[in-house]
Write a protein that binds this ligand. Structure first.
Ligand code: UDP
Length: 449
């Protein structure tokens, strides 16, 4: 079928309304648009993407029943369950309207794995569905394993702090399992069960790359009834699009321009969700100052508990670091990681941040908070060996790890490995590479449905 025919085919994409999920879904939309499909984004009212940044897409607003404060104040799990309960009716109604009014055929609903209501609606309307998994592939095996433990009544798990290796998950220790932030294993079990069990989709798209996760992807494909398409890193396979929910502060780029190559540690350890205690921030601040290395620190407003932004940074810290430090509220992260001055990324290891770092060949300091970040951190440091693990948020330990990465021979070796991995990732996204081919196969697959 030619491109003309594809233009009459509409794909409805349903992102989960958090930054780490919206970005890959919009990137996927751009990739499939470049293959000739019409793209509609069905989004919640909370955290809605800015439609002006995406003139090629059309948008459907779903009533999510959440107030502005809900999304901030309630936990992720509570929001997720509420969104799935509240949006179903609105989505079904919107699709029915679209089918009546539109001359294009809706060929498929592609929804985030956590927006399972969308798959139910697609089934009701006899539209095929595909899910997008925005985590690493190994995370899904780890979550399934954890779910079995939870279902077997093995919680609370004292062993969750243990260094013991999990037999069936290569190189993962019990303390690397993707546990939720709180001990609320009940909602975790409901969510993971819905995300992984009894899916009726026709295929699964994964924001990962064969060169990172070949054996895990092979294992998942072997056990899966449906096809898997690994087309990551999505930010590399798509024309660049702006998907940030928070305004980026680009002033840090001119500061970076003044720094020597590979000299700056970029610090962003709360991503778009996690938050830090004042005590941790104090240790971070003095650890960075004591390392005597230049740093760019992205501190999301509200991410330090008990303050709006950086009011709780320790007294004297900013004077002590002077021009060696630059603090912004939200960095243009991909641009920062591509900057030659950046010699390392101290990250919470959210999957997008991990992929963005790997794709730029930037070595990492890994300090996960919760969930899949723990798995990603372990893989970055011990499987791909492109990062150092930070065991404890303590000033002495921080200063040591920063200096090991930026100044020592060990850091040079890690950087060299990261650069090699970047080259492999580059190859994957170019013509003939695994992710490039997988995207084409996905487009053909959708056409064949
Ligand atoms: N990000 C950004 N500027 C910042 C911090 C984060 O643009 O100052 C982006 C980052 O590039 C990534 C996303 O926010 O794409 C965070 O997603 P990730 O999966 O790493 O973490 P999460 O927020 O889901 O924990």
């Amino acid at each position: 079928m030619g491109e003309q025919a594809q233009k009459t085919l509409r794909l409805v994409l349903v992102p989960f309304p958090y930054q780490g999920h919206i970005s890959p879904m919009l990137q996927l939309g751009a990739a499939l648009h470049s293959k000739g499909f019409s793209i509609t984004i069905a989004h919640t009212i909370c955290n809605s993407p800015n439609s002006q940044n995406h003139p090629n897409f059309s948008f459907l607003r779903l009533s999510d029943g959440l107030s502005d404060t809900d999304i901030e104040s309630r936990g992720l799990a509570a929001n997720l369950l509420a969104i799935n309960d509240n949006c179903k009716e609105s989505f079904q109604w919107s699709l029915e309207q679209l089918i009546m009014e539109d001359r294009k055929t809706i060929s498929c609903v592609i929804s985030d794995e956590l927006m399972y209501f969308a798959e139910d609606v697609a089934n009701n309307l006899k539209i095929l569905s595909i899910i997008l998994r925005t985590t690493s592939a190994i995370t899904s095996l780890a979550r399934s394993f954890l779910l079995k433990l939870v279902e077997g009544g093995h919680v609370p798990l004292q062993g969750f702090a243990s260094d013991e290796l999990v037999a069936r998950l290569p190189l993962l220790r019990f303390k690397d399992l993707p546990c939720p932030l709180t001990e609320n294993f009940k909602s975790f079990a409901v969510i993971v069960a819905r995300a992984y069990n009894k899916r009726t989709c026709s295929a699964i798209i994964w924001n990962t790359i064969n060169c990172l996760e070949q054996s895990t992807l092979d294992q998942i494909q072997k056990e899966s009834q449906v096809r898997i398409f690994a087309i990551g890193p999505m930010h590399k396979i798509t024309p660049s699009i702006s998907s940030s929910l928070i305004k980026e502060d680009r002033s840090c780029i001119s500061w970076l321009d003044k720094q020597p190559h590979n000299s700056v540690v970029y610090v962003s350890i709360s991503g778009s969700i996690a938050s830090l205690y004042e005590k941790e921030v104090t240790e971070m601040a003095w650890g960075l100052a004591n390392s005597k290395q230049a740093f760019l620190w992205a501190i999301r407003p509200g991410s330090i508990r008990g303050s709006d932004w950086i009011e709780l940074l320790p007294n004297g810290f900013q004077d002590a670091v002077g021009d060696k430090g630059c603090i912004v509220s939200w960095a243009p992260q991909k641009e920062v990681l591509a900057h030659p001055a950046v010699g390392g990324f101290w990250s919470h290891c959210g999957w997008n941040s991990t992929l963005e770092s790997l794709a730029q060949g930037v070595p990492m300091i890994c300090k996960p908070c919760f969930g899949d970040q723990r798995v990603n951190a372990r893989y970055a440091s011990h499987v791909w060996k492109v990062g150092l693990e930070l065991e404890e948020v303590e000033r002495g330990e921080i200063a040591r790890v920063v200096r090991r990465l930026i100044l020592c021979e060990e850091g040079k070796e890690i950087r060299a490995r990261a650069k090699k991995l970047k080259q492999k990732i580059d190859v994957s996204t170019r013509k003939g590479g695994s992710s490039y081919d997988s995207l084409n196969q996905l487009a053909n697959f959708i056409l064949s449905l």
